[in-house]
Design a protein around this ligand. Structure first.
Ligand code: CTP
Ligand code: MG
Length: 247
């Protein structure tokens, strides 16, 4: 099995409110995208296979800078890794599509991971790859939902009526990396491109596009450490939790 990873890092990080694009904001001394890349390349599947191509989507103005940041990470990897840094699109979905167009011939498993989840541990990456290897064409990590979740109807800024309480035991909060059979993911993006890429309803994750093509998606246990950095508060939490323990 030949594994590639598409690492999305082209967003601006508007909700973070930092002077730098989110992916190059440092935490524990290194940019988020560097932490995320290192975890992807450190992972090895049960059969010993590793990521051998890393495609990173970056803001157009930062392609050289991101390539320079990741060069040493790739050089340190236990295996030869091809690095491609490509300009992202207007949406995350467009950025992933741009990344997919760079995949080498022979790649058959694709991980899609967000630089905004810098501390996803290598063991989580491996768990996702192992499930794809076991025959699941689309795999996502998921964590139990701790809050009670209610579906609401239309209202206004002052409030909305509850329609129903969704049984929590049936819910998971989905993370990245997500892992796919390459053909399944490419087909889902080709379909999703026509339908939703420019709409507000654009899928917020790649597994959502795959689901829409009728392919079953499988959930493996997620990891709290793969939490997403969205706001300044998340960055403070990530900073506080960084102890160097990445087992
Ligand atoms: N991303 C991307 N291309 C885009 C938008 C997002 O590659 N056009 C990436 C981000 O860099 C991030 C991941 O997708 O790693 C998840 O997106 P999100 O957390 O929303 O990051 P941003 O879009 O950068 O943040 P915000 O929505 O607050 O602006
Ligand atoms: Mg965003």
């Amino acid at each position: 099995m030949t594994i590639a990873a598409v690492l999305t890092a082209a967003g601006s990080g508007s909700r973070l409110g930092h002077a730098l694009p989110k992916a190059v904001v440092p935490v524990a001394g290194e940019p988020l995208v560097v932490h995320a890349a290192r975890a992807l390349l450190a992972a090895h599947a049960a059969d010993g296979s590793r990521v051998t191509q890393l495609v990173v989507t970056a803001p157009e103005a930062m392609l050289d800078e991101v390539a320079a940041l990741l060069g040493p990470v790739v050089d340190d990897a236990p295996e030869d890794v091809r690095l491609d840094v490509v300009g992202g699109g207007r949406t995350r979905q467009e950025s992933v599509a741009a990344g997919l167009s760079e995949l080498e011939d022979g790649v058959d498993v694709v991980l899609v991971h967000d630089a905004a989840r810098p501390f996803a541990p290598p063991a989580l990456v491996a768990r996702v790859v192992d499930a794809v290897h076991a025959g699941h064409p689309a795999v996502v990590p998921g964590l139990p939902v701790v809050d009670t979740v209610k579906r609401v109807g239309h209202g206004d800024a002052a409030g909305r009526p509850v329609v129903e309480t969704v049984p929590r035991a049936d819910l998971v909060a989905v993370q990245t990396p997500q892992g796919f059979d390459r053909d399944v993911l490419e087909r889902a993006h080709a379909v999703g491109w026509g339908r939703a890429a420019h709409e507000a309803t654009a899928a917020s994750d790649d597994a959502g596009l795959v689901e829409a093509t009728g392919v079953a998606v499988w959930v493996v246990p997620g990891d709290e450490r793969a939490a997403k950095v969205t706001t300044a508060r998340d960055l403070l939490v990530a900073q506080a939790l960084t102890t160097g323990d990445r087992a």
